[in-house]
Design a protein around this ligand. Structure first.
Ligand code: SAM
Length: 180
């Protein structure tokens, strides 16, 4: 059974970015509607709640059934979905800390779903980028985490800005803000 991802450096970097950026976005637009793809343990949606976003405005979808049940038990709106498969709405902000590592045959099957993005590490990200643009409101933003180990990301026509980074000894993590 796939494990629920325990927060790591990537989770903490993304959570820091949300704490630093969501307040200024709340000032512009009081009732932000936010979607997280892949909430896992719920760390990012809990951060949004702590920042003052109402629970009714926070939506999430994970492919891992256990993570969905966990987030629902925390009281969040969470559905089981492969990326946007079961999602029809549009959002002001979409957040994703995806599986971004290239395949490693030694990675246990149970943790693969949360960490491995195919051969190059970008399989899930590229599919996300294709679908996400249809779910962004006008002036909407995406906060996406990637790694220096992720190869061959197809950025399509998104505008991208690096808003935070974290250097570790074997990789560097980046959080990007994407707009259309
Ligand atoms: C690296 S974990 C991040 C978990 C949490 N958001 C965090 O920041 O700690 C990636 C999450 O994405 C989910 N996921 C992987 N592929 C997915 C897909 N195709 N659709 C939806 N969720 C997916 C995994 O189940 C996992 O919960």
């Amino acid at each position: 059974m796939p494990e629920i991802y325990t927060p790591e450096e990537d989770s903490y970097l993304l959570s820091k970015v949300l704490k630093e950026n969501i307040p200024r976005l709340i000032n512009k637009e009081k009732s932000l509607k936010i979607l997280e793809i892949g909430p896992g343990s719920g760390i990012q949606i809990q951060t949004l709640l702590n920042l003052g976003i109402e629970k009714e405005k926070i939506f999430s979808a994970d492919i891992n059934h256990e993570a969905v049940i966990h987030c629902q038990k925390l009281g969040f709106n969470c559905i089981e979905s492969n990326l946007f498969e079961k999602i029809n709405d549009k959002y002001d902000i979409i957040i994703f800390n995806p599986p971004y590592l290239p395949e490693d045959k030694k990675e246990p099957k149970d943790s693969k779903l949360a960490t491995t993005g195919g051969k190059e590490g970008s399989e899930i990200i590229n599919e996300f980028l294709k679908q996400a643009k249809d779910h962004l409101n006008k002036d909407g933003k995406i906060f996406l985490l990637i790694s220096s180990l992720t190869r061959q990301i197809n950025w399509l026509d998104y505008n991208k800005k690096i808003i935070d980074t974290k250097k570790m000894f074997f990789e560097e993590l980046y959080v990007l803000e994407l707009t259309i």
